[in-house]
Design a protein around this ligand. Structure first.
Ligand code: AMP
Ligand code: MG
Length: 343
């Protein structure tokens, strides 16, 4: 009995020692990995959301952080692309006329879309899908639709007809209407990507997704990031350079997706009032804390044009802009004048 107790006691002590040893070892490994992991820099490029996306990140586990950031973009694309038949947005479109339950993030971005629709007096309208499809942006088979087709498609473009049931998290769009988050989803993805990098202890980073760019902190050398705005007509040139710390810069341009027919450029930013590509400006850059806001505003201001665009930008707090008109002249918002270097 005594011996048995002694053995059992010994065993219990042994188990306690082993377990606590393992725990101590584990804790030590964990904390030493934080302290010892050298800060590295990782740069990766992947093609997602129809765009070559480059992420450069600096941190103690930068490779893992960048992989997780790309996984987040992939996830956002799977939710918001109207071209992927299983996405939530495709489901709303497939079931036009019926209530469709959606996740909180779809609800939230839809509400943001509606907000910018109102703010821009309808220039930004995420129900533009039926018209976008006619022009073939997305499918890749571009053509100029005739007036009748456009009139028909335009009757389904009306954000005020989208019904949202906040209590039950449901959405209903009219039959014939096609939701298209192309003007805002990439910015939203870039915002989440930035968040994922920060959660993964990244101290300095740049995410560049076509015209949507976000930076984390400052550059490795401690200076602000310097981001170039692409020249709208010379693809290898830069129009201006802006210094940024922890901000986002989003550009909408008529050079991003377009086709030329009989010498006329037809691009992918559509004026809901006409069904035709918006005319007057050729590039709009927005600097904001959130790329989703910048994305919606860059598309909205592109459609509004120089005069109304200027007026909207100047009355918004924390938003700066560069608008390039058809003559190639760049207008710079008042709060950006000291931060920009025009080339
Ligand atoms: P962006 O490059 O951000 O200006 O977005 C252009 C994309 O937004 C297009 O490819 C369409 O998917 C969508 N879009 C085009 N015109 C509009 C509009 N007036 N309002 C909202 N989204 C639009
Ligand atoms: Mg946009």
């Amino acid at each position: 009995m005594n011996i048995k107790f002694g053995r059992r006691f010994f065993l219990i002590i042994l188990v306690v020692m082993v377990v606590s040893g393992i725990i101590t070892l584990h804790l030590r490994t964990d904390s030493s990995s934080v302290a010892d992991n050298p800060v590295t820099s990782t740069t990766m490029t992947r093609f997602l959301m129809d765009t070559a996306i480059v992420i450069k990140a600096v941190g103690p586990d930068s490779e893992n952080a960048v992989n997780e950031a790309f996984a987040e973009i992939e996830r956002v694309e799977a939710v918001f692309s109207r071209h992927l038949p299983d996405s939530q947005v495709a489901k709303i479109n497939q079931h036009a006329g019926e209530w469709v339950a959606v996740s909180p993030e779809v609800f939230e971005l839809l509400q943001k879309g509606i907000y910018y629709g109102r703010l821009s007096g309808g220039a930004f309208d995420i129900t533009i899908g039926s018209v976008i499809e006619l022009w073939g942006f997305g499918s890749g088979i571009n053509r100029v639709p005739d007036e009748d087709e456009l009139r028909q498609a335009r009757q389904y473009v009306d954000i005020s007809k989208v019904e949202i049931d906040e209590e039950r998290g449901r959405v209903r769009i009219p039959q014939g209407t096609v939701l298209d988050f192309g003007g805002i989803a990439k910015g939203y993805a870039v915002d989440l990507c930035k968040q994922v990098l920060k959660e993964n202890r990244v101290i300095s980073a740049m995410i560049s997704a076509g015209g949507d760019i976000a930076v984390v902190g400052v550059k490795e050398n401690g200076n602000p990031w310097r981001v170039g705005i692409q020249h709208p007509r010379i693809s290898t040139d830069i129009l201006a350079v802006v210094s940024l710390v922890d901000q986002t810069i989003v550009t909408s341009g008529d050079y991003e997706r377009f086709f030329i027919e009989e010498g006329v450029r037809f691009h992918h930013i559509i004026d809901p009032a006409t069904g035709f590509p918006a005319r007057g400006v050729i590039s709009v850059t927005i600097i904001a804390d959130s790329a989703a806001d910048g994305d919606a505003l860059s598309t909205a201001v592109f459609v509004l044009g120089l005069d109304q665009g200027k007026e909207l930008i100047e009355r918004l707090d924390g938003i700066e802009a560069v608008i390039v008109d058809e003559d190639g002249d760049a207008w710079v918002s008042s709060g950006l004048k000291d931060e920009i270097e025009l080339l």
